[in-house]
Write a protein that binds this ligand. Structure first.
Ligand SMILES: Cc1ncc(COP(=O)(O)O)c(C=O)c1O
Length: 299
């Protein structure tokens, strides 16, 4: 298969050539948005980030994203140097500079900053942190449901790069995605250390079986904000939802599968490891949940 797609695929938008980018308090044209080659994010993936989305004038669940950013920064002992309110102000300032009112996505990144020497020790980051906001016009556009392949790369235990950290270094996920592409899929389905189905390389994962919605226990995956909203929406709408262990056997025979994430909200999955899931198209439960979520976020 060569027609690979990605959950982060968006409509082509020529305006993205002329966007303005926030770099350490300055808002500059894309071509001038630079960080040092000594930056700890570039050199070592030493930083944390959030992806946020604008629908109809409102950044969806912004406070929760900013809280998760500060939690991650605290966990890696990185002092952002701004209050959550100041970070939100930087997002709004970037939005205003770009004249964006809806259908935008921003990647908000904070690294430990610029090092004095090109080595690992965090104390070498003497200038910083570095904060960048890349904000693009963005509407997800997928020609078909996503295809997944199971890969040998796992979602690990919390003591080895906790999967709940949105760290700049995503090498484990990138290797998983490469393996999935080589297996003829678009993205990777990753198992936990016990072999239960956990998550994909960039999104949370759900299946639908006999009217029930299942997702992993949450122990080994990103505590996705969209994941939690889907669980909340199911509960509020009398859709049985379970955070539980389940295996590939349960997954292949599911009626539907879908992914969740801020970028794509709920993205249908049509194929896993050569098995068609349900009809291979978006199923009625996925469609219903997408509708509920759209209403919730005012999209
Ligand atoms: C590995 C991984 N899983 C899931 C998600 C989705 O999380 P959210 O719904 O908060 O965007 C992300 C996004 O940051 C992620 O990096």
């Amino acid at each position: 298969m060569t027609d690979h797609v990605s959950t982060h695929q968006a409509e082509e938008d020529a305006r993205n050539e002329d966007i303005l980018i926030y770099v350490n308090g300055k808002i500059v044209p894309k071509a001038q948005a630079m960080v040092s080659v000594y930056d700890s994010g570039f050199m070592l993936g030493d930083g944390v980030w959030e992806g946020i989305r604008l629908y109809n004038g409102r950044w969806t669940f912004l406070d929760e994203h900013i809280a998760r950013l500060f939690e991650a920064a605290k966990a890696i002992d990185l002092e952002i140097g701004l209050t959550p309110e100041q970070v939100i102000a930087a997002v709004l300032e970037t939005q205003q500079a770009n004249g964006m009112t809806t259908d935008a996505h921003a990647r908000l990144m904070v690294t430990r900053g610029v090092k004095t020497r090109p080595f690992q020790h965090p104390k070498l980051s003497q200038r910083g942190p570095t904060m960048v906001i890349i904000m693009e016009h963005s509407r997800q556009k997928l020609p078909r449901p996503i295809r997944l392949a199971t890969v040998p790369h796992m979602r690990g235990l919390p003591m080895t790069q906790d999967p709940k950290l949105n760290s700049h270094s995503k090498l484990n996920c990138i290797l998983a995605c490469i393996a999935a592409e080589k297996a003829g899929a678009d993205e990777a389905l990753m198992l936990d250390v016990h072999g239960f189905v956990n998550t994909t390389n960039a999104c949370n994962f759900f299946i639908v079986r006999k009217g029930q919605v299942w997702t992993s226990t949450g122990d080994y995956c990103m505590n996705g904000i969209t994941r939690q909203k889907v669980i909340d929406l199911c509960r509020a709408n009398d859709i049985p939802v379970f955070e539980r262990n389940f295996s590939l056997v349960d997954t292949y025979s599911a009626d539907e599968a879908f992914l969740t994430g801020t970028f794509g909200a709920q993205t249908p999955v049509g194929w896993i490891d050569g098995r068609t899931i349900g009809t291979g198209q978006m199923g009625p439960m996925t469609e219903r949940i997408r509708g509920l979520y759209k209403t919730m976020v005012g999209a």
